[in-house]
Design a protein around this ligand. Structure first.
Ligand SMILES: Nc1ncnc2c1ncn2[C@@H]1O[C@H](COP(=O)(O)OP(=O)(O)O)[C@@H](O)[C@H]1O
Ligand SMILES: [Mg+2]
Length: 279
């Protein structure tokens, strides 16, 4: 029976080649994927809509001025897909991801998570949805400074009521997955930006959420780690999760199943240049 290499591959097992640019990584990873396709299909799941924003947007008031962080937007996230949300700085990407991740309430429009309309939920119920269904990797990591990497990753499980031994076992497995198995006793402040990024990713995936939302997850990573992290996120999508990655880095587009462009607080399925070219 053929074995499926890719489903078994973990971040730590990615071939340690001397890779100098992303293109080289893409070809290495394409080769890995082709071999795996020959070896048997990855788990296929129907592309279920797990999150949906319908005409939703966000405004902030500063004195008499209203800042529109995101105009009315409609987007859905589906299981089994890696959706890239791409746009320049200040365009509204984090706001869109925060709406999808139930981090903020919309000023108007609707946000639905797995058939639940979140507009009407109170803060406590919203927190429960986040804890149960969503893994969020924040742009600034948001690790808890006095805790070790391991304790940070255990935290969402402890909040879910998982006992300490089980939480530790799962947290160690998640940290090993992102190549941080040898740094888990370090305090988060003693880790480099890239290492903190990986711990934040481990903390998001430790609860095995339906949705992984990542805000610029590759911003602090060197070129090799970018491909490692993106391939791990792609693998999670192939295994059935809805994965959304916010970035301003167009080099990440080859990893995407779907791309949403965010420009000046509005969303589009085409890059702005193409839109102009078609007019
Ligand atoms: N809490 C806030 N208060 C006021 N303005 C905000 C707030 N959050 C975001 N904005 C503004 O909304 C716009 C979009 O922000 P953001 O979604 O963070 O963009 P991006 O992630 O694409 O860089 C920016 O102009 C930003 O300054
Ligand atoms: Mg942002």
């Amino acid at each position: 029976m053929p074995t499926n290499v890719e489903t078994k591959r973990t971040l730590g097992e990615v071939p340690d080649l001397l890779i100098t640019d992303l293109d080289q990584w893409f070809s290495v990873m394409d080769a890995v994927t082709c071999r795996n396709n020959a070896g048997g299909p990855l788990m296929q799941t129907a592309n279920k809509i797990v999150a949906k924003v319908i005409g939703a947007g966000k405004e902030y008031k500063a004195g008499d001025t209203v800042i529109t962080a995101l105009q009315a937007s409609s987007v859905d996230l589906r299981s089994g897909e890696l959706t890239l949300i791409i746009g320049p700085s200040g365009s509204g990407k984090t706001t869109l991801l925060s709406l999808l991740g139930c981090v903020i309430y919309p000023s108007f429009g609707e946000v639905w998570i797995d058939g639940i309309k979140v507009n009407e939920l109170n803060e406590k119920n919203l927190a429960q949805i986040r804890l149960k269904k969503i893994g969020f990797v924040f742009q600034k990591f948001n690790l808890i400074a006095p805790l070790t990497a391991l304790e940070n990753v255990m935290m969402p499980l402890i909040l879910q009521g998982v006992n300490e031994n089980e939480a530790k076992t799962k947290a160690i497995a998640a940290l090993e997955k992102v190549g941080m198995g040898d740094r888990m006793r370090n305090l988060s402040n003693d880790l480099s930006g890239g290492q903190q990024q990986r711990v934040a990713i481990a903390r998001a995936l430790v609860t095995d959420p339906e949705m992984m939302l990542c805000d610029e997850p590759t911003a602090s990573l060197d070129i090799k780690s970018v491909a490692i992290v993106m391939n791990e996120l792609k693998l999670l999508a192939k295994q059935g999760k809805a994965v959304a990655v916010v970035t301003h880095d167009t080099r990440l587009t080859p990893f995407a199943d779907r791309i949403i462009y965010v420009i000046d607080g509005g969303i589009s399925d085409k890059p702005i240049d193409e839109e102009i070219a078609q007019k």
